[in-house]
Design a protein around this ligand. Structure first.
Ligand SMILES: [Cu+2]
Length: 261
């Protein structure tokens, strides 16, 4: 009798613990068409690791289509795991500062992600839901139903980072996501913004032609598709690569790179 009461109590508490910790992540069905965010690992001295994660709004606004690619992973230490983390990488590139995994529904780390029930996994646990990396070079494409390209959604990842780890969780690389302006390729965008600022410095030269040029340029720079909040958060967030660009090509290129990448 006593034994059966105890086991009943144990079973009941296990059930309540389970149900109180796992709030299933909702599927995201209204992501903005064409929104795209990319995070690219910065070069690190003494490391061959490179790679990127691109996330684009999925078909009909459902979820996010990811394209993941890594190369130069270490021979030992795998299988490697990677996640979207809860904070961006700071200026100094310290991957530890990205905190824990993106987990807006507070699922926690205690139970490993079961990929057959992805709604119960941390939204940021990409390798838990879609598979870990067991080779020195790796690429994969998949759609994740629970992440968002809408900055107002709790599962928005566009202002966050990803981290790739050894199997023992050591963080070997990290990078910030930044919005990609799908309408303008990086080289033409950079040229237009340089032209417009030098034109604006001489407003009285060739007024009719100049007016046309700066109107065009302003329309391009104005980025009507990009909310101003993304523009401002894009700058500090894109620390690693942006700093490198600044060193070689100046602040104009930094601004262009931060907006474009
Ligand atoms: Cu991680």
């Amino acid at each position: 009798m006593l034994v059966s009461v105890i086991s009943l109590l144990a079973a009941a508490s296990a059930v309540s613990a389970q149900s109180s910790t796992v709030t299933p992540a909702p599927q995201v069905t209204s992501n903005p068409a064409g929104a795209k965010y990319v995070a690219m690992l910065p070069e690190k001295e003494g490391s061959a690791l490179s790679g990127s994660i691109e996330g684009t709004t999925g078909a009909d606004g459902k979820g996010v289509k990811f394209a993941v690619s890594f190369s130069g992973l270490p021979e030992m230490g795998g299988p490697f795991i990677y996640h979207i983390h809860a904070k961006p990488v700071p200026e100094d590139g310290n991957c530890t500062a990205t905190g824990a995994h993106q987990d807006p529904y507070m699922r926690g780390e205690a139970t490993p992600c079961d990929p057959s029930m992805p709604e119960t996994c941390q939204t940021g646990d990409l390798s838990g839901k879609h598979g870990s990396v067991d080779a020195m070079s790796f690429s994969a494409e998949y759609t994740d139903a629970y992440l968002s390209t809408d900055p107002s959604d709790p599962a928005f990842f566009g202002d966050l980072s990803f981290v790739i780890h050894l199997a023992n969780k050591t963080r070997i690389g990290c990078a910030n996501f930044a919005m990609v302006d799908m309408d303008h390729s990086p080289p033409s965008y950079g040229t237009v913004s340089t032209t417009s600022s030098s034109d604006m410095a001489h407003p009285s030269v060739m007024p009719p032609h100049n007016a046309t040029v700066s109107t065009t340029a302003t329309a391009t720079i104005g980025l009507p598709v990009m909310p101003s909040s993304s523009t401002t958060t894009g700058l500090p967030v894109f620390s690693g690569a942006a700093v490198k660009v600044a060193g070689s090509a100046g602040a104009g290129a930094l601004l262009a790179a931060a907006l474009v990448l």
